[in-house]
Ligand binder design. Structure first.
Ligand SMILES: Nc1nc2c(c(=O)[nH]1)N[C@H]1C(S)=C(S)[C@@H](COP(=O)(O)OP(=O)(O)OC[C@H]3O[C@@H](n4cnc5c(=O)[nH]c(N)nc54)[C@H](O)[C@@H]3O)O[C@H]1N2
Ligand SMILES: Nc1nc2c(c(=O)[nH]1)N[C@H]1C(S)=C(S)[C@@H](COP(=O)(O)OP(=O)(O)OC[C@H]3O[C@@H](n4cnc5c(=O)[nH]c(N)nc54)[C@H](O)[C@@H]3O)O[C@H]1N2
Ligand code: SF4
Ligand code: SF4
Ligand SMILES: [Mo]
Length: 893
């Protein structure tokens, strides 16, 4: 497109250059000319309803709202005198009256009681000026559709749903409405709003999910008091409830403040169900010197006795890139093995295996926000409204702009109400459904022959393979009518641009790699990849799981996915690190646990993970951790895992340190220290280095930047990114190297990073889950997440707002199943699997298919993982968290 010529117009006698499509108000503000405005907010659609910004345009009878009116060439505008000024003043006076200011000439509106029912914010309608910013934020931006104008005339007011109290409404607490409210009618409860508080701000990144929202931390007296959204590339100022209100865990009194050493007489309880205060009794405080020396001595002794393979480490996707890099370097060069892994193994390991095999790279092809350019969006096995809420808001925005959304999930999730097609198929049958879609695309010749000829290998085998999977044949097995499968396949294939986003419903199966192979095949045979709005996006979970994987927290890969068993890669890192490296791939998360129980692994160093809650068949995992000769746990709380440790090292939380993290879009972002850590807690990179030095490694990293600099040299993808640049810009997308000096947000544009440059299709055969329901265990257990809580609960259950909203465990069942079991909502049930049992109250959820139970896994009182099946996908080595057989009983009493 040819850039349009600037428009010039007159404002208050001054000539102003504006851009076509710009409003008078935006042009004025850009030139630092003040026009009063209240309902206007840069991210919201203009409403023009407060009339505070009216201006006079020569030759026009009526005044016009400058926030809505676009500039025109030669127009003459007045904002600061005459009719415009009188009108602006009247509007402000009326607004003051509406807020109950006395001594005015207009009658005051009926007064309302302040709604204090929500733990995060209050609603004081007396201060509301009905600018509708909140309504637009909730409806147009976040698309939560909770707020509206209710009633009429003098009684008109902002309402939550049908005028419900805030806490009883469908509000999801994202706080977007609070952020845009100009008067304080919607106000955070935070102390930051006290008149005598002087807060300064620090920019960082939300510590929760892979969306990677940038935040502004409002800090006073070494406390984060409030968090607001910053205009980062991934969030443009938006946040969800965890990012906005879930920050106070860092100030919780149970934070670890000093190193701890297990008292010699204290036995390790492999049933850590006690509250954290009780576990404390089993430890004594120690100095850093003592704890680090003991840790190094014990690990070194085990290595001498049993060899390098007897040590293992779990790094953290909650820590920074620099910390992940140092951690894998410690295991590889200090412990001497590749026994290093992290939660990606429980997460997208299968997706990454399939992607590496198919397209040569495990990362996303396009950023989430590319959905704005997609004609069709397919979301499968992911629940982004809950787990990537700001990402979900971009999807909902795209649907409002006309994109077609297809949602495929055995449970009816929130996104379903925005979808054109909802495929509530039978759990475990993804390969059937997806192969049937591939079948339709091949049979109806909806394939992109040119793309296949140029860029894809293995099409003929795939086409022959999917021949057997006609929609008519799979319909009864996957529960989706053949017609609907055909419609969806055509919609996806024919669109100019289609994007697939997926999550744990695809990956966490014994056939997770096969599930992902089918998604890759869909994109490849239709050429739906390599352009804006067209591609594959496995939604990455943890705030830094992309970065931790890139940095090499993977047993078969060095940084940048260079294989440990490849001689060239090994030689490169042996030179860089000046050492000899083990050519044998290491053990994965679940395999390490097995090896602990068998005595092969005797010493472990676990940083920022809580496997005693997050591993499958968790009693087994707890027994394994308890069996270790030496377990070192580095966390911010005394978690279930730390309760089994010999040595506990207190780390700083994310807002207490500086470092980079990489979001799901391959965007490297700078997190900045905002507050000092409690007590003696130290940054993870400092602790890892101190331990490495005591194990005899000659490390001398003076600060985080020095680590990042080494990473740039080890990792081709980061070559052109510098620490200084990140400090200044806040973020930079990779790959960013000689070939793409400015970074590349959409990849695979002309070839794939495979040996041949072409993608490789791998046909997937349908296999069942590892454990199917039977007469003894007739129900299917699906585990997953809920909006307010994070994984094992260690952070969010120590966050006041989140804990108040969701204080206790629950299981969701279909109302029909509840009736059959004769259980009322709120009553307790007992759930048994072949591995364990839990008791918890029930909720009714009609979106849950009959015969299934859904449990979030964050509650230690009823830990879902006591029940889950540890059986692994043979390629990705990911356990089957999404499917196991259970029995359900009404709990007596
Ligand atoms: N609030 C919150 N947000 C989080 C997290 C959190 O703990 N809490 N964790 C983060 C992390 S690390 C991750 S990995 C992401 C996970 O984000 P998601 O992938 O969205 O997570 P889940 O809720 O585990 O599962 C997604 C969906 O899989 C569906 N599913 C179950 N069985 C099947 C099946 O057989 N086939 C298909 N196709 N779908 C199935 C479930 O019904 C569920 O809706 O969330 C991240 N965000
Ligand atoms: N049943 C079931 N189980 C699952 C899943 C499922 O869907 N169902 N999903 C799996 C998935 S996808 C994932 S990603 C895993 C997640 O499993 P984990 O990674 O084990 O879970 P988290 O609770 O996120 O653990 C992070 C730990 O880091 C600590 N922490 C936070 N910040 C810092 C820091 O700055 N430094 C240090 N040192 N520690 C810090 C927290 O206190 C917490 O203990 O769970 C898996 N387990
Ligand atoms: S907090 Fe979020 S969901 Fe709730 S009313 Fe405000 S914008 Fe809507
Ligand atoms: S969407 Fe994710 S990154 Fe953004 S505020 Fe919520 S939890 Fe944080
Ligand atoms: Mo995850």
């Amino acid at each position: 497109m040819k850039p349009m010529a600037p428009i010039s117009f007159q404002l208050n006698g001054q000539t102003i250059q504006a851009q076509a499509g710009e409003t008078i108000l935006d042009a004025a503000l850009r030139h630092h000319i003040h026009i009063p405005h209240v309902c206007h907010s840069p991210n919201l659609t203009p409403a023009g309803n407060c009339r505070a910004c009216v201006v006079e345009v020569d030759g026009e009878r009526a005044l016009t709202a400058s926030c809505c009116r676009l500039v025109e060439h030669g127009m003459v505008v007045h904002s600061n005198h005459g009719r415009a000024l009188t009108a602006q003043r009247l509007v402000m006076e009326l607004l003051d009256t509406d807020q109950g200011q006395v001594g005015q000439r207009f009658p005051v509106r009926p007064q309302h009681a302040v709604d204090t029912s929500h733990p995060a914010f209050t609603l004081d309608l007396n201060a509301c000026i009905q600018c509708t910013r909140c309504i637009r934020a909730c409806r147009d931006e976040q698309v939560n559709d909770v707020l509206g104008m209710g009633w009429r005339g003098a009684h008109a007011q902002v309402v939550f749903d049908q005028n419900d109290p805030v806490s009883q409404s469908t509000c999801v607490g994202c706080g977007e409405c609070v952020q845009v409210c100009p008067t304080g009618a919607l106000k955070n409860r935070s102390e930051a709003n006290q008149p005598d508080i002087q807060a300064h701000t620090v920019s960082s990144v939300c510590p929760y999910c892979g969306v990677g929202c940038q935040v502004e931390l409002h800090v006073s007296n070494n406390q984060v008091l409030e968090v607001t959204g910053k205009a980062g590339p991934a969030n443009q100022g938006r946040l969800c409830i965890k990012g906005r209100y879930g920050f106070d865990y860092i100030h919780h009194p149970q934070r670890l403040t000093t190193p701890l050493i297990r008292k010699s007489q204290a036995p390790k309880h492999a049933h850590p169900l006690l509250p954290a205060e009780r576990w404390m009794d089993e430890f004594r405080p120690a100095t850093w010197d003592e704890a680090l020396q003991l840790a190094a001595d014990r690990l070194t002794a085990i290595k001498r006795r049993q060899g390098a393979q007897s040590l293992a480490g779990f790094g953290s996707a909650k820590c920074t890139n620099e910390e992940a890099y140092l951690f894998q370097k410690l295991v590889r060069t200090g412990f001497g093995s590749n026994n290093v892994d992290h939660c990606t193994r429980l997460c997208h390991a299968s997706s990454v295996s399939a992607l590496l095999e198919g397209v040569g790279s495990g990362a996303v092809s396009n950023p989430v926000r590319d959905v704005a350019q997609a004609e069709v969006i397919l979301v499968i096995g992911a629940n982004p409204s809950v787990n990537h809420p700001v990402g979900a808001s971009w999807i909902k925005n795209a649907v409002k702009q006309g994109a077609t959304l297809i949602v495929a999930d055995p449970r009816r999730t929130d996104l379903a109400r925005h979808a054109r097609h909802v495929l509530q198929f039978k759990p475990d049958t993804d390969v059937l459904l997806l192969n049937a879609m591939l079948h339709v695309i091949v049979q109806e010749n909806l394939v992109d022959h040119t793309f296949i000829a140029d860029r894809v290998e293995g099409f003929d085998e795939l086409a022959a393979h999917v021949n057997a999977y006609s929609p008519e044949r799979v319909a009864p097995l996957c529960g989706i009518p053949a017609d609907l499968v055909r419609t969806v396949a055509r919609t996806y294939a024919r669109a100019k641009s289609s994007m697939i986003l997926w999550g744990m419903g695809i990956s966490q199966h014994v056939h997770g790699t096969d599930n992902a192979r089918c998604l890759i095949a869909l994109a490849m045979i239709t050429g739906q990849i390599g352009r804006p709005g067209t591609g594959l996006h496995p939604l990455r979970g943890q705030n830094n799981v992309q970065g931790a994987s890139d940095a090499g927290l993977i047993p078969m890969m060095y940084p940048d996915y260079q294989r440990v068993d490849h001689p060239d890669a090994r030689a490169k890192f042996e030179t860089l690190w000046n050492t000899r490296l083990d050519p044998k791939p290491g053990l994965t998360v679940v395999e390490v646990m097995q090896a602990c129980l068998q005595g092969q692994v005797q010493g472990m160093y676990i940083v920022g993970e809580n496997p005693a809650m997050s591993d499958p068949d968790v009693q087994h995992a707890r027994d394994a951790l308890a069996a270790l000769d030496c377990l070192i746990v580095q966390d911010i709380f005394l978690t279930e895992t730390a309760s089994l440790a010999d040595i506990v090292l207190p780390a700083t939380a994310f807002y207490e340190k500086t470092g980079t993290v990489t979001n799901t879009d391959r965007l490297v972002q700078m997190g900045r220290k905002a507050v000092d850590p409690p007590g003696e807690a130290k940054p993870d990179w400092w602790i890892i280095q101190a331990l490495a030095q005591r194990m005899g490694l000659p490390w001398r990293y003076p600060h985080e930047a020095a680590v990042f600099d080494e990473m740039r040299h080890a990792m081709h993808s980061l070559e052109n990114i510098t620490w200084d640049q990140l400090e200044q810009q806040g973020s930079q997308v990779y790959p960013c190297n000689a070939a793409h000096p400015l970074g590349q947000s959409v990849v695979f544009t002309d070839q794939f990073p495979t040996a041949t440059g072409k993608a490789r299709l791998v046909p997937a055969h349908f296999n069942h889950a590892g454990e199917l329901p039977d007469a003894d265990y007739p129900f299917v257990l699906i585990t997953g997440r809920q909006l307010e809580h994070w994984h094992t609960g260690s952070m969010t259950r120590r966050s006041a707002v989140l804990d108040e909203l969701e204080p206790q465990p629950y299981a969701c069942l279909n109302p029909e199943d509840l009736r059959m079991l004769d259980v009322a909502v709120g009553q307790r049930i007992e759930i048994l699997s072949r591995r364990g049992q839990v008791q918890l109250p029930v909720r009714a959820d009609a979106g849950n298919p009959r015969g299934t139970v859904f449990i979030p896994f964050c509650y230690h009182e009823a830990a879902a993982n006591v029940l889950t099946n540890p059986q692994l996908d043979p390629v990705g080595k990911i356990p089957e968290f999404k499917f196991c057989a259970i029995a359900v009983h009404k709990f007596p009493g």
